[in-house]
Ligand binder design. Structure first.
Ligand code: AP5
Length: 220
């Protein structure tokens, strides 16, 4: 059965780390709206130019822009068997728009996995994050360092720090999460689509928790 999985949680909860693993395991695409925007910024496209300043500050990009991106992406053939959404929806308006897409395309009710991590851990995860600009692999200088300092284990490319992983932008991102995204927990709880997942512990342990929930849901 086609299934849309939504990985939800505060900045730094591990949504991207886990979505990469789950997409690989389940054979469905990983759609990260943050990655799509960062790619557009790198390529200086119209979307990138429109989103760049907001992203650097840690503010949300407007709903109409984000909804258009996701509608186009979910309409591609590789999403017929399902997909993992990472970073979308982030507002009630985005969630309502997604409901409309899922109804029109017959993709059905989403399964929402809310990854919970305390604020202190989130700040450590974000300030220590480094990513590979070539393959997208995610590291952490404190918690999950590469074998060689500053270099990707997979392809030897120099790791980079995200522009919005600084103290000021992290503060604004956490506030945007509290104000705009946190209400989605209730939204999806009312739809009986929400599953809470403890995001503490080693990434492999969290992956098992998440995949366990997805597989259990498949057999309902
Ligand atoms: P986005 O890219 O979605 O950023 P985010 O939500 O702030 O989430 P992050 O990517 O920072 O964290 P994550 O949960 O994926 O954590 P990760 O796995 O990397 O969005 C960026 C910006 O784009 C937004 O601010 C906004 O401007 C815009 N945007 C995007 N979507 C939008 C939308 N729908 N609407 C409006 N605007 C939108 O892990 C973090 C670190 O922790 C890594 O170093 C990792 O190695 C480490 N780590 C992960 N798991 C563990 C673990 N279990 N133990 C120890 N370390 C761990």
């Amino acid at each position: 059965m086609a299934q849309i999985l939504i990985f939800q949680g505060p900045p730094g909860a591990g949504k991207g780390t886990q979505a990469r693993v789950a997409a690989n395991e389940l054979g469905i695409p990983h759609i990260s709206t943050g990655d799509i925007l960062r790619e557009a910024v790198r390529k200086n496209t119209g979307l990138g130019l429109a989103a760049k300043a907001k992203m650097a500050k840690g503010e949300l990009v407007p709903d109409n822009v984000m909804c258009g991106i996701v509608e186009e992406r979910l309409g591609r053939p590789d999403c017929r068997e399902g997909a993992i959404l990472d970073g979308f929806p982030r507002t009630i308006a985005q969630a309502q728009f997604l409901d409309g897409i899922l109804e029109r395309t017959g993709l059905g009710e989403p399964l929402v996995l809310q990854i919970n991590v305390d604020t202190e851990s989130v700040i450590k995860r974000l300030t220590g994050r480094r990513t590979c600009p070539a393959c997208g692999e995610i590291y952490n200088v404190y918690l999950n360092p590469p074998r060689e300092d500053g270099v990707c284990d997979k392809d030897g490319v120099k790791l980079v720090q995200r522009e919005d992983d600084n103290e000021e932008a992290i503060r604004i991102r956490l506030r945007a999460y509290e104000e705009d995204t946190f209400p989605l927990i209730d939204y999806y709880r009312r739809k009986k689509a929400l599953h809470q997942v403890d995001g503490g512990g080693a990434p492999e342990v969290i992956a098992e928790r998440l995949l366990g929930l997805v597989k259990a849901h498949d057999h309902l």
